[in-house]
Design a binder for this molecule. Structure first.
Ligand SMILES: Nc1ncnc2c1ncn2[C@@H]1O[C@H](COP(=O)(O)OP(=O)(O)OP(=O)(O)O)[C@@H](O)[C@H]1O
Ligand SMILES: CC(=O)C(=O)O
Ligand SMILES: [K+]
Ligand SMILES: [Mg+2]
Length: 481
């Protein structure tokens, strides 16, 4: 294949700047693989409309762009605030449970337990830490007073973080339960859960998914890591979730900001070890919200996140409310492709030898996937071609980061758009009812027609033999086309 296809995926958040068919098509063409819908700001009619457009465009242009629904979680916010409100160092701000229009002296706080949970001396951060206050008084009923330490503009509905306070809100709030059910009605491909602290948070969401009429499809869950407890409990969380997001916006105020780079690297390594995709999110190209050029530091951040081993890099405000949504994605695609084609990347993405001591029911599949990636590397294979019902094989292959393309065929249409989040994976529909021999000939032909391989190229096929729905991958074939 002449045209280099990037391996790292791009996620773009939809919002007022990108909710038209024209812009969405532009974003897809520029390299978006997954659209994120942030339920912090979503209106159901608009979401329904956007999802319809994505599915229309997929059909019209042959894309398999997936949809990630992001739940707000227990995010605290201030209410509406008068335009021009400003806090200076030393100013006292009163937080009230009363739903008032706020100003520079008084503001509504969405978290009703705040006066009971907070203690004098604890920090209050507003707008991703841009404003910092310290609690000086609480009446433990409905009012908290705080002194401004770091000032700046105070605007409507900005997020509030309480890094020292033990917030007694569940990971799934009433709003989240309603939003998650709506996401399942809409058959989104992934559900992201915010502020995950323990494995139990994921288990609770799984119960909700199972209880939904569409629960037969186990909609996969992304655990957003943005709290110190989430970092600490990462192993138990990874055993339950299907993927991770390094949610650097909240994470950077919940833990000391200087710890975020090392946490990012640790989370990427851990996620790969568990064969689950990992997304790096927030402020990747932040300056491009208002400007046509990113800073050099932003360009480096995207490239270094790719080098760290991210499955996907994510854009938030850049595509949801920014002035140049399509140009941002075009730039991001260029950065990703460039770094991926250097020797730095080849070195960073060796097949990962995992500890397969425990001989579970997937042991054979896991070993076959690792072998495929090793052979692909030493034989200069163009594509590893596989069939999957649940997507499991694709998760395994992607985690080993092969040099070749990973081309996946599935008879389950929902799996195809879901897999588009995974590193290096391209999935297509195939109705597998034939014998293994016939299947291999057909999928290799399709892979050739899609432009991933040319005649004479080496290809690896991995399959379940004998083939039947739900059969486990156990066979590897190396052939030339
Ligand atoms: N539909 C919308 N209407 C108005 N403002 C929006 C809308 N969507 C997003 N924004 C604003 O744009 C910024 C970026 O939003 P986005 O959803 O991309 O990322 P985010 O950082 O995850 O948002 P948040 O932390 O508020 O959940 C947010 O600060 C938000 O205030
Ligand atoms: C994406 C998100 O929630 C964050 O960065 O905090
Ligand atoms: K959110
Ligand atoms: Mg967040």
């Amino acid at each position: 294949m002449n045209k280099y296809l990037k391996k790292t995926k791009i996620i773009a958040t939809l919002g007022p700047a990108s909710s038209s068919k024209e812009v969405m098509l532009g974003l897809m063409k520029a390299g978006v693989d997954i659209f994120r819908i942030n339920f912090s700001h979503a209106d159901y009619d608009l979401v329904r409309n956007n999802i319809e457009i994505i599915r229309e465009l997929n059909k019209e242009y042959g894309y398999s762009i997936g949809i990630l629904g992001d739940l707000q979680g227990p995010k605290l916010r201030v209410g509406v605030v008068k335009e021009g409100s400003y806090l200076n160092p030393g100013d006292i701000l009163t937080f009230t449970n009363e739903k008032i229009e706020g100003d520079s002296t008084k503001v509504y706080m969405t978290y009703q337990q705040f006066p009971q949970d907070v203690k004098v001396g604890e920090k209050i951060l507003i707008d991703d830490g841009k404003l910092m206050l310290e609690v000086i008084e609480t009446n433990e009923i409905d009012t908290v007073k705080a002194k401004t330490i770091q000032g700046g503009p105070l605007s409507s509905k900005k997020g509030v973080n309480l890094p020292n306070t033990n917030v007694s809100l569940p990971a799934l709030t009433e709003k989240d339960i309603q939003d998650a059910n709506f996401m399942l009605d809409m058959e989104v491909d992934w559900i992201a859960l915010s502020f995950v602290r323990h494995a139990q948070d994921i288990i609770d969401l799984k119960k909700l998914i199972n209880a939904h009429p569409n629960g037969k499809f186990k909609t996969p869950i992304i655990a957003k890591i943005e709290k110190p407890e989430g970092v600490k409990n990462i192993d138990e969380i990874l055993l339950e979730c299907d993927g991770l997001m390094v949610a650097r916006g909240d994470l950077g105020v919940e833990v000391p900001m200087e710890e975020v780079p090392a946490i990012q690297k640790t989370l990427v390594e851990k996620a790969r070890f568990y064969s689950k995709p990992v997304i790096i999110a927030t402020q990747m190209m932040e300056t491009m919200i208002n400007s046509l050029t990113p800073t050099r530091a932003e360009v480096n951040d995207v490239a270094n996140s790719v080098l760290d081993g991210a499955d996907a890099v994510m854009l938030s405000g850049e595509t949801s409310v920014g002035r140049y949504p399509i140009q941002v994605v075009e730039n991001m695609t260029k950065i990703v492709k460039n770094i991926e084609t250097t020797h730095f990347y080849q070195h960073k993405n060796e097949p990962m030898e995992k500890d397969y001591n425990c001989i579970d029911e997937r042991f054979i599949t896991n070993r076959v996937c690792l072998a495929a990636v090793r052979i692909a590397k030493t034989t200069n294979v163009s594509a590893i071609v596989t069939l999957t019902h649940s997507g499991y094989t694709a998760f395994q292959l992607a985690a080993h980061r092969p040099n070749s393309q990973i081309i996946v065929y599935s008879g389950n249409r929902r799996v195809i758009t879901m897999l588009n989040l995974l590193w290096g994976v391209h999935a297509y529909y195939y109705d597998m009812k034939k014998s293994t021999d016939e299947t291999i000939i057909q999928v290799n032909m399709l892979t050739h027609n899609h432009g991933y391989i040319e005649s004479g190229d080496f290809v690896i096929n991995i399959n379940a033999t004998p083939s039947y729905e739900g059969g486990k991958t156990n066979t590897l074939r190396l052939t030339t086309v």
